[in-house]
Write a protein that binds this ligand. Structure first.
Ligand code: V47
Ligand code: SF4
Length: 363
């Protein structure tokens, strides 16, 4: 591999990676342009091994979507609906409670809740939801509401983002998921999600959350109309914010699934391009500890391969997933703990259970 690194003139970045030095934006482009994807995977794996050795984490978690009715109607989104459209749904707090109770015998350690920006739900709905979840699941990390939802809740309730976050934290919110980041570039955003908050706003809301001690994840939706430069720019923005706040726990690369989208894109990007992008994220995001291989969007086989391209986490049991599956995901909806562990050991890694905040769970 060292010979290949020399042949492709990547000795400098190799040395930097070995010494734990930061890769610049232009070096990131050079890495991505390397014609041999194995070299990029190798470099990312060096970083991954240094940070996490042979461990791959997973979580016993449950996803719940409380509504798919959304005022934003992003062009790429196959999940959202207008209020009276076929397939639209909204859950009452009792219905959410029932979904939790159906799985109450599972030792779940993370509840992941996201939904559309509903035109009428006010702050009380969200506060009541968090309180009920905390009551039912005191040992689970409550990872709820993206920056986009927080912005919407603030707007609809005539409150500041900071006040909404304080109230939700007080009710029991532990952390926020990383969704809504998409691609920060404003031109791309104008084409794929014109009604959604800007990239700057997303970063500002996350910064506020971090300043209040609410940790978050972060994401990037890639493989639609953006270029590799847009991806690198996006990763650089995340890295800069993390330098300031240190509030990001995990980065989740989300390859775009093309079915049922109003963005008419014929084909998904190749598996190799997905793996290269995950690897580049691992190399660039030197200050974000974890990279998730999200098997729902990647599919099980590619999610396993991603563990050799920089990812160190396999997400979790999930239970019920709608966003990816309404967009054509062919992965299952749920995995049992044993299946997750077998998939991780099958790749030569040691599975370790974590909670939403990536704290190891003793079994
Ligand atoms: O923001 C929507 C993406 C996100 C599609 O923080 C799509 O642990 C691919 O953020 N193809 C929501 N992606 C999901 C999300 C997430 C998922 C798992 C874990 C965590 C975490 C966060 O899903 C949206 C959007 O970027 N998305 N449609 C699609 N067709
Ligand atoms: Fe609404 Fe989120 Fe779908 Fe955009 S991606 S339409 S904000 S649910």
């Amino acid at each position: 591999m060292i010979k290949k690194i020399k042949d492709y003139k990547l000795e400098n970045v190799y040395k930097k990676i070995i010494n734990g030095e930061r890769i610049t934006v232009s070096e990131a482009k050079e890495i991505y342009n390397c014609p041999d994807p194995k070299v990029i995977g190798y470099l990312a794996h060096l970083v991954r091994k240094k940070l996490h050795s042979n461990i791959t984490t997973y979580v016993l978690n449950q996803h719940i979507n409380y509504t798919n009715i959304c005022v934003n109607r992003c062009k790429f989104c196959a999940f959202s609906r207008e209020k009276d459209q076929d397939g639209a749904f909204e859950l009452t707090i009792s219905q959410i409670k029932r979904k939790i109770e159906e799985n109450i015998n599972e030792p779940i350690r993370e509840i992941h809740i996201v939904g559309g920006c509903h035109p009428h739900f006010g702050l009380d709905y969200y506060v009541d939801m968090i309180k009920e979840l905390k009551r039912l699941r005191p040992n689970a990390t409550l990872k709820c509401f993206t920056a986009v939802e927080i912005h919407h809740i603030a707007k609809i309730s005539n409150l500041s983002v900071k006040d909404v976050l304080i109230k939700l934290k007080h009710a029991g919110l532990d952390m926020m998921p990383g969704g809504g980041a998409e691609i920060f570039d404003s031109e791309i955003r104008r084409k794929i999600c014109p009604e959604k908050i800007s990239g700057e706003k997303w970063l500002e809301i996350i910064e506020t959350a971090h300043s209040l001690g609410i940790k978050t994840n972060c994401t990037m939706l890639f493989g639609h109309i953006e270029s590799v430069e847009h991806r690198i720019h996006h990763l650089d923005k995340l890295r800069r914010l993390q330098d300031k706040t240190n509030g990001f726990i995990c980065f989740i690369p989300l390859p775009f699934l093309t079915k049922n989208s109003r963005l008419k894109i014929k084909n998904e990007i190749s598996g190799i391009e997905k793996l290269k992008t995950i690897a580049l994220a691992r190399i660039m995001l030197d200050n974000i500890p974890h990279i998730k291989s999200y098997w729902i969007m990647l599919g099980l086989k590619l999610a396993q391969a991603a563990l050799y391209f920089g990812a160190n986490d396999f997400d979790g049991t999930v239970v019920e997933e709608k966003i990816g599956h309404m967009a054509g995901a062919t992965s299952p909806n749920v995995l049992a703990r044993k299946e997750l562990e077998d998939m991780i050991t099958g790749c030569g890694f040691k599975p370790v259970q974590r909670d939403g905040l990536f704290r190891f769970v003793s079994q």
